[in-house]
Design a binder for this molecule. Structure first.
Ligand code: HEM
Length: 313
């Protein structure tokens, strides 16, 4: 079943496919929001630049470009309330469930049309790809994965981009190096920022049998969280892990998870962030944090700077 789901999701987000369409997808959005920032001398890069790019580019790739930014933003905040409802608070769950019902109502007619008339949207690929002649996946089968995409896929590239910029702005020597050789160093900065502040904190699972880890036995049927943020700071691999350093050569981080459910959107996320950052760097001769103290990070399961107030020319 999982293999079947991934064979619908993967085609649109395969690295070569992504490389072919990413700039066309991201640059018009980057241009529009960057112009607004520049005209007002700066603003909050999180809400005024990275978040719109992250939300709109994923929505357009999915084939939901007709849904407006505020609705999409409301969707992922609502879904997130359910995803991090570890306390099982019924009020928060009710908000998440209402949003989930609203999404089903809006995307079902879109998918019904795509069943009849396929196109190159990710939703269309999710319904049709790798299926026997004349068969499609059902809407009910595709919907839960679509909601995973609408939550993590929509929010986290924006979060990751913010942390990368925070690392660069707080280390001006590294920012200057990236500006001097963006083709070589921007991709390094992207992965170092995702390691430094891992946007999704955990992979949660349930044990199917008793298991011993590090001398401790976890009984069967217990919830377990693999803390990705901690793995990305493991001292056995990373020297001085709290330091942002684009020149690290210490192997890969854990931000995109491990195992069968390894992030399906990792190439899309990396390239979207790279395009958005490249546009920002190339079109902002001067960019600096406003003098309102060190950047504050917030969130446990979803972590990012709470704001990135900058002046920009
Ligand atoms: C920086 C941004 C992102 C980060 C840090 C991230 C991280 C992750 C992680 C840790 C997982 C594993 C979750 C688990 O096993 O419990 C995951 C799964 C997934 N991600 Fe991402 N993600 C990002 C962006 C995206 C984007 C842009 C998309 C869509 C284009 C996407 C689509 C998915 C999907 C579909 C899964 C589930 C895969 C499966 O179950 O086989 N992600 N992601």
């Amino acid at each position: 079943m999982h293999k079947n789901l991934r064979s619908g999701v993967d085609p649109k987000y395969h690295p070569k496919r992504v490389a072919a369409y990413m700039d066309d997808l991201v640059l018009p959005i980057a241009r529009e929001y960057h112009e607004r920032l520049r005209d007002s001398g700066g603003g909050d890069l999180m809400s005024d630049y990275f978040e719109p790019i992250s939300i709109l580019s994923l929505a357009r790739s999915l084939g939901l470009g007709h849904v407006d930014l505020e609705t999409l933003r409301r969707w992922f905040f609502g879904l997130a309330l359910g995803a991090i409802n570890f306390e099982c608070d019924p009020e928060r769950q009710a908000v998440a469930d209402a949003i989930s019902t609203e999404i089903t109502g809006i995307v079902t007619p879109v998918m019904q049309k795509l069943i009849e008339k396929p196109d190159d949207s990710a939703l269309s690929h999710m319904l049709h790809d790798d299926m026997p002649e004349g068969e499609v996946r059902t809407i009910e089968f595709v919907l839960p994965t679509l909601k995973v995409l609408l939550l993590g896929g929509m929010q986290e590239p924006g979060h990751g981009a913010g942390s990368i910029v925070a690392g660069l702005l707080q280390n001006p020597d590294q920012l200057a190096e990236v500006k001097g050789d963006p083709d070589a160093l921007l991709p390094r900065a992207v992965d170092e920022g995702l390691r430094w502040v891992t946007p999704i904190g955990t992979q949660t699972r349930q044990t199917t049998q008793a298991v011993e880890i590090g001398g401790v036995t976890i009984p069967a049927n217990q919830p377990v969280a693999a803390v990705l943020a901690s793995a990305s700071h493991c001292e056995s691999r990373f020297t001085d892990p709290g330091r942002f350093d684009i020149h690290r050569n210490e192997g890969s981080h854990a931000a995109f998870g491990f195992g069968h459910h390894f992030c399906a959107g990792r190439w899309f996320a990396r390239q979207q962030i790279t395009s958005a950052l490249r546009y920002l760097i190339d079109h902002s001769p001067e960019i600096a944090l406003r003098d309102d103290g060190p950047v504050q990070f917030r969130g446990w399961e979803f972590r990012a700077p709470s704001a990135l107030n900058v002046t920009l020319r």
